[in-house]
Design a protein around this ligand. Structure first.
Ligand SMILES: [Zn+2]
Ligand SMILES: [Zn+2]
Length: 425
């Protein structure tokens, strides 16, 4: 028995050692040719940098660089698995203790991640587990465990999926075009966008206007964007009050737009469910058309439905269309470490990429963020859902020996779903 255990350990050690060497070689070759793609943040000399190393997976923090060349030299010599910089500016970014760094301000950062967006395909490719009671299920990662209520729930599978990435992209565009530019008044030159290298987008505001905002002020911004504690009757969703119109400022206008979208697409049975017993049969279509006209700019009050409950249901549907799914922990953290554009994501092998707003609309990370575009690798895949990369689909696989394009094989390897086998050199 003891002998058998020892053999397993040796095999695992040999495998993980081989994987480290392979990843290190690939990342080294990549940075040798592509380090020029690294996009440093402004005021590089005031930022803290952090790296996760390939061997041992330890994080090296409190690094400072006075120039881009210094940063690139470090990355080329250490070949880190992950590269981060601080959203904060410090007088002494390399100081080993946070108190000695002297915080000077921080960019306003938004993180949009498919992990938090309820796409239907998650039932097929995502799974989670509760670290408290051991409950597990497929689908969207819940905020807390439905069995024991613990918040210690973690994703056991979060797959790179085109639909999920598109949903994250739509959310990023919504954040910029519906909130940051019209409501907060930021200009496109103050907004920078990057693909996170996995399932989302980072949106940064670099502006003296937001530099000194503390976490509480940033929380107010989060609450506005997520429509936290928005009150229906304060926004006009109450029988007898004036219906909000699409041209209204702030949330009133957004809700009018959201309700317009909902009413335009809802089936008659959905409308009947929302309107309640007040409106039935052919009356539903008349009600829908009148309300749509009112939302477009009519000035009438709500005539029907006549209950606050029905108005609240309409409000909730409008909010669901218009709120933006940002990760509040990232925005309220004034000392956050963020992935560096131009670096590789060590969990996927994809590149973290800077994008313009125009790029974003057409951007497909499963094509444009692929770092390793040539070569193949023979692997043993334990289990993997179907994946699409570079306009081709692969899998699903279950205990299969396959030769895959390097980018796909590396992703499965980094996810721990496959092992390199055979005569790969
Ligand atoms: Zn639980
Ligand atoms: Zn998906």
């Amino acid at each position: 028995m003891r002998k058998k255990l020892k053999t397993v350990e040796v095999v695992n050690l040999a495998y993980s050692d081989f994987k480290s060497k392979l990843v290190k070689k690939l990342f080294k070759d990549f940075y040798a040719k592509n380090a020029w793609k690294i996009r440093p943040p402004t005021s590089i000399e005031k930022r803290e940098f952090a790296f996760i190393l390939i061997e041992g997976g330890e994080m090296v923090r409190h690094k400072g660089f006075s120039s881009l060349n210094g940063l690139i030299d470090y990355i080329k010599s250490e070949i880190p698995l992950h590269v981060y910089y601080s959203s904060a500016y410090y007088a002494n970014p390399a100081a080993k203790e946070m108190e000695l760094k002297e915080w000077l301000g921080a960019d306003l950062v938004f993180d949009i991640d498919a992990d938090h967006i309820p796409t239907r395909c998650k039932e097929e490719h995502d799974a989670w587990r509760c670290n408290n009671c051991g409950a597990q299920d497929r689908g969207l990662l819940p905020a807390s465990c439905p069995r024991c209520g613990s918040k210690h729930v973690t994703a056991s599978s979060s797959w790179l999926c085109y639909q999920c990435l598109e949903a994250a992209k739509d959310e990023a565009i919504k954040l910029i075009e519906d909130f940051l530019i019209p409501d907060f008044g930021f200009s496109t030159s103050e907004i920078s966008i990057s693909f996170s290298g996995r399932r989302g987008y980072h949106i940064h505001i670099e502006s003296p206007k937001i530099l000194s905002l503390d976490p509480y002020a940033r929380r107010e911004i989060v609450d506005y964007i997520k429509a936290t504690e928005l009150i229906p009757d304060a926004q006009g969703f109450e029988p007898g009050l004036k219906v909000p119109t699409i041209g209204d400022y702030g949330w009133r206008g957004k809700l009018a737009k959201g309700l317009y979208l909902y009413l335009s697409q809802a089936s008659v049975s959905e409308l009947s469910d929302v309107a309640g017993p007040d409106i039935t049969g052919g009356g539903l279509e008349t009600w829908r058309n009148n309300l749509l006209k009112n939302l477009e700019g009519g000035s009438g009050p709500w005539l029907l439905p006549s209950s606050s409950e029905a108005a609240k249901k309409l409000f909730e549907r409008a909010v669901a269309y218009q709120r933006c799914n940002i990760d509040e922990r990232v925005t309220t953290d004034v000392k956050r470490l963020i992935r560096l554009p131009g670096s590789l994501h060590g969990g996927t092998g994809l590149q973290v990429l800077s994008l313009s707003l125009n790029d974003l609309e057409r951007f497909n990370p499963l094509k444009s963020a692929v770092a390793f575009r040539t070569g193949h690798l023979k692997c043993f895949v334990k289990h993997a859902p179907q994946i699409a990369m570079m306009d081709q689909t692969f899998g699903p696989y279950h205990e299969a020996r396959v030769e895959l394009p390097l980018a796909v094989a590396l992703y499965l390897l980094l996810q721990g779903l496959a092992e390199a086998v055979g005569d790969n050199s």
